[in-house]
Design a protein around this ligand. Structure first.
Ligand code: NDP
Ligand code: BG6
Length: 502
């Protein structure tokens, strides 16, 4: 018998890693909106971490582009301002040698021609032998209002047919089914679907990526993965802070569009889908789309909406409408709970509860699969088993399991079979979702990106509800900043979904 560790013996499963570095194609990554928040907090740190681990292609250049005029020093300062202690690493200097900045407008062809010139200059440096096979990544760290302008200019002035071109788009992808279709058509007129990478950063999170492995590499999960054994599923997102200066954005989108229609629904689709034919990206996305097609549009009566209010006293927190960037009288929900139904033979009768809220009591993202009652009377009134996948803050998988109370007692006790990553994998640093996803883009792997038909289904499920809420101006229930949500949050899950507290 081999003495390989469990991680080593599962090595056949390490699909998708390292290819960008190995292929070594001359690669240019253009970050649009390089002066912005996402670029500073996520995109550049992710690129740096890939560089540090030797996972960027050997011949790579990174070109930042935005309207703000920045000296090379100021750009470098911004690009590394969110590296934390790693900013002192000697690798930073090497990384910054790869990064240049071009300033220009988002709708001026001459500015994009100047960008093209800079890309070509960089190309000469990394590709002196003039190799024809090259990769260009256009990363849109931009507000959606300029996506199309920039995509149009890229296509008209920068796009090179001789390269492999990949365009990365950030959410929000539209506002409802119609606007999303419009955006998809507009982008589709410029780029083919295999060139488009729609980021949903939840798909890059370790525990979300782990769902596929858990389900399809272990015999016992799939055996109970249906309405025969599962009573209900809860997918919960909780954030302990409110608008934090993003009031305008939060008010325009609300919690349902901000995290449910995308992040939580993506997670749901991976938990609910059938086994894909293979690990190829289209096979995975086919299965996700297939299950999304079977989800019924959400009903208003299956929805609970809330909006946080301030707390008084010392250290009191402001309410949603105390934010100057939120319109007075706003009825936008900052908390929502919805029950979804997957109308197929595997899941008919199993309610899927999504819960999401800002300004709650903690930061947490979990997938809680509650099993049915034990079908025998040997032990009466048993609590239910649950499989919990904790996506954040501390990655873990645990199964709530009933055991005999240890010792001389014959009582039963609820315990956990617990795989906490911070204990089990102490030496492994879990990468940020953006590093994982940018590596996927460099590898040309679409598995963890949203395909246009998936997106269409996601909007189909949520649009009627969103339109009804807006048309009827449904007033959300108040809840205090730092609480568990509006009154009735727990009763809602137990009444609508049959969730039993264990
Ligand atoms: P920013 O508001 O920081 O905008 C990025 C850059 O775009 C700015 O530096 C600015 O650059 C330019 N810009 C801003 N507003 C406008 C405008 N009205 N018209 C033209 N250009 C403008 O956005 P973020 O970086 O926060 O987000 C970028 C994208 O990523 C968005 O789609 C967002 O939804 C998404 N996202 C962001 C997250 C985050 O943590 N920030 C998380 C998940 C997704 P300049 O003026 O120099 O051209
Ligand atoms: C973003 C939302 O997509 O996800 C934010 O726009 C939210 O409102 C964020 O805070 C949550 O991401 P994470 O990775 O911190 O859970």
């Amino acid at each position: 018998m081999s003495h390989a560790s469990p991680e080593q013996s599962a090595g056949a499963l390490t699909w998708g890693l390292d290819r960008a570095a190995k292929e070594d194609l001359p690669t240019t990554v253009v970050v649009f909106g390089a002066s912005g928040d996402l670029a500073k907090k996520k995109t550049f740190p992710a690129l740096f971490h890939l560089y540090q681990r030797g996972l960027l292609p050997k011949r790579v250049r990174i070109v930042g582009y935005a309207r703000t005029r920045l000296s090379p020093e100021d750009f470098h300062k911004r690009a590394t301002s969110f590296l934390g202690p790693e900013a002192a690493s000697k690798d930073v200097e090497g990384f910054l040698r790869l990064c240049v900045y071009v300033s220009g407008q988002y709708d001026v062809p001459d500015d994009f021609r100047a960008l093209r010139k800079e890309i070509e200059n960089q190309d000469t440096a990394i590709n002196p032998e003039g190799r024809s096979e090259r990769v260009r990544v256009y990363y849109m760290a931009l507000p959606p209002s300029v996506f199309l302008d920039v995509a149009t200019q890229i296509k008209g002035c920068v796009y090179d047919d001789g390269c492999t071109n990949r365009i990365v788009i950030e959410k929000p992808f539209g506002h409802d089914l119609e606007s999303s279709r419009q955006l998809s058509n507009d982008i589709g007129a410029l780029f083919s679907e295999h060139e488009v990478f729609r980021i949903d950063h939840y798909l890059g999170k370790e525990m979300v990526k782990n769902i596929l492995t858990l389900r399809f590499a272990n015999v016992f999960y799939e055996a109970v993965w249906s309405h025969h054994y599962i009573s209900n599923v809860q997918i919960t997102f909780k954030e302990p802070f409110g608008t934090e200066g993003r009031g305008g954005y939060v008010d325009e989108f609300g919690i349902i569009r901000d995290v449910m229609q995308n992040h939580l629904l993506q997670v749901l689709s991976i938990v609910a889908m059938r086994q894909p034919e293979s690990l190829r990206s289209e096979d995975i996305r086919d299965r996700k789309t297939e299950v999304l097609r079977r989800i019924l549009p959400i009903q208003l009566e299956d929805t609970l909406l809330g909006q946080y209010v301030g707390t008084r006293g010392g250290g009191g927190k402001p309410g949603y409408k105390d934010d100057d960037t939120v319109p007075a009288g706003s009825t936008t929900a900052t908390y929502a709970q919805c029950v979804l139904h997957v109308d197929n033979d595997r899941w008919r009768g199993v309610p899927w509860v999504m819960k999401a809220g800002k300004a709650l009591d903690e930061a947490k993202m979990t997938i809680r699969i509650q099993f049915k009652d034990m079908p025998n009377a040997l032990f009466p009134n048993l609590a239910r088993n649950e499989l919990v996948i904790q996506v954040s803050p501390k990655e873990s998988v645990y199964i709530k399991t009933i055991v005999k109370e240890p010792g001389l007692s014959t009582n039963l006790a609820m315990s956990e079979l617990d795989l906490s990553y911070h204990k089990r994998y102490q030496d492994i640093k879990i990468p940020d979702a953006y590093a994982t996803l940018i590596l996927d883009v460099l590898n040309g792997d679409h598995s963890n990106f949203v395909r246009s038909d998936e997106l269409d289904e996601a909007w189909r499920i949520f649009t009627p509800l969103l339109h009804q809420i807006e048309k009827e101006q449904v007033v959300p229930l108040p809840y205090e900043y730092g609480s568990r949500g509006p009154k009735g949050v727990d009763e809602f899950a137990s009444e609508r979904a049959g969730y039993k507290l264990s």
